[in-house]
Write a protein that binds this ligand. Structure first.
Ligand SMILES: [Fe+2]
Ligand SMILES: [Fe+2]
Length: 402
């Protein structure tokens, strides 16, 4: 039985199941633990006002102290992953509003993933308990606005790539799973699998993992061990989530049988692993790395579409629908011979909302204005996606990121 209590009611021996309110700010990256005196002192100084305790796993509050909100346990799934003044899971938010949440969430996610990698590198079992609230928060964010978290996650620096790639794949998996109409438990399983898919890289040699250049055959062979390493590390750590284990082991398989480690093909690869293959590659090629700049989102989707035999085509089509043919942040040329950047999707895949900022004929900046291309009165359309590098635009995100 779960009970929500005030933090000042906590006593050593109580089993904290969840932290309420702004968990993103709290100093714990584990949120499920038996409280010690030290934990309680840290919690009471952290700004967390309420926690949920599990009476089956630890002590109850003393009988004379009534719980703060007796019904709160029923709603904890919604409230736990949200900031107190932030939108809750079921609310649709604007791209702009959700980007603020997404930045915060990515920073938390970076810490959690880095901590998990750190434990593995120290030879310890990885504690994935912190993944659960993180995955909840990712799924909530993607539900409130499907484009904010994935758009911000794409902008990671090369230094942050290893940790934020896991967060990006988690968000992409949640969006793809929802686009495919999977039930919510599978949406969460997909996101969790995305978060844990590259745990094997924690034991890859850092000089190979971060090498600023192409890999030798031997180094390439070393890197190709990470799916089996990740699967083994998760099993050894007691993870029994079949989806997460499957995704860790098989996210580099290809439907034509040329992937690794087992050269599985077609439906011999699970649906979740085929989904992860798409999300993994998209984030890898759109991100800046130590050895190359990331490709722009629309260009990346075009290239992926041309890699026959690599991806499940139905899943790839759903992925494109989940992001848009011109994902947020894509530089586009309009029929009116102006340059614009995509700022939001609309129900019409080819007609997103854009921000016009440059006149090609006059070769000059124009006063920025936002246009909804799906508006029948608009009269303009996208001719093609453009490469920001071709136009000398190195910080395009300044034009679309709130
Ligand atoms: Fe991988
Ligand atoms: Fe990956």
């Amino acid at each position: 039985m779960l009970r929500t209590i005030r933090t000042d009611q906590l006593r050593p021996g109580m089993h904290v199941q969840r932290l309420c309110g702004s968990w993103l700010d709290h100093p714990f990256w584990r949120t499920s633990f038996v409280a010690t005196s030290d934990d309680i002192a840290r919690l009471q100084g952290s700004g967390v006002d309420e926690v949920v305790i599990d009476l089956a796993l630890g002590l109850d509050v003393e009988a004379e102290i009534p719980p703060v909100s007796p019904d709160a346990a029923d709603t904890i799934e919604v409230t736990s992953a949200s900031e107190t003044d932030a939108p809750t899971a079921g609310m649709v938010t604007s791209f702009e509003a959700e980007v603020r949440q997404a930045r915060h969430l990515l920073e938390t996610g970076r810490r959690v993933v880095e901590a998990m990698f750190g434990e593995i590198r120290l030879g310890r079992a990885v504690d994935t308990s912190a993944a659960v609230p993180l995955v909840d928060a990712v799924c909530d964010s993607v539900l409130r606005n499907p484009h904010a978290l994935v758009s911000v996650a794409r902008l990671k620096t090369a230094d942050d790539y290893t940790y934020l790639h896991s967060m990006a794949v988690a968000a992409l998996m949640a969006g793809l799973a929802r686009q495919m109409g999977l039930p919510e438990d599978e949406v969460h399983a997909a996101a969790k699998g995305g978060l844990l898919h590259d745990m094997g890289k924690a034991v890859s040699p850092p000089d190979v993992l971060n090498k600023p250049g192409s890999l030798t055959d031997a180094e390439y062979h070393t890197m190709r061990r990470h799916p089996e390493d990740g699967h083994r590390l998760l099993v050894d750590s007691g993870v029994d989530d079949a989806t997460a284990l499957d995704i860790a082991l098989h996210h580099h398989e290809r439907v034509d049988g040329t992937g690794y480690p087992h050269r599985l093909s077609g439906e011999g690869i699970s649906r979740m692993a085929r989904m992860a293959a798409v999300c993994d590659v998209y984030d890898a090629i759109t991100s800046d790395r130590s050895y190359k700049r990331g490709w722009c989102p629309a260009q990346s989707l075009r290239r992926m579409a041309s890699w026959h035999g690599h991806f499940d085509s139905a899943i790839f089509q759903a992925f494109v629908k989940s992001l848009g043919i011109y994902p947020v942040g894509t530089l586009v040329r309009l029929e009116s011979q102006q340059l614009a950047v995509v700022i939001e999707q609309s129900p019409a895949l080819l007609k997103p909302k854009i921000r016009i900022f440059h006149c090609i004929r006059r070769q000059s900046r124009v006063l920025m204005r936002d246009v909804d291309l799906s508006d029948a009165a608009c009269g303009d359309r996208i001719v093609q996606a453009e490469s920001p590098d071709d136009w000398g635009l190195r910080d395009l995100e300044k034009l679309w990121l709130p």
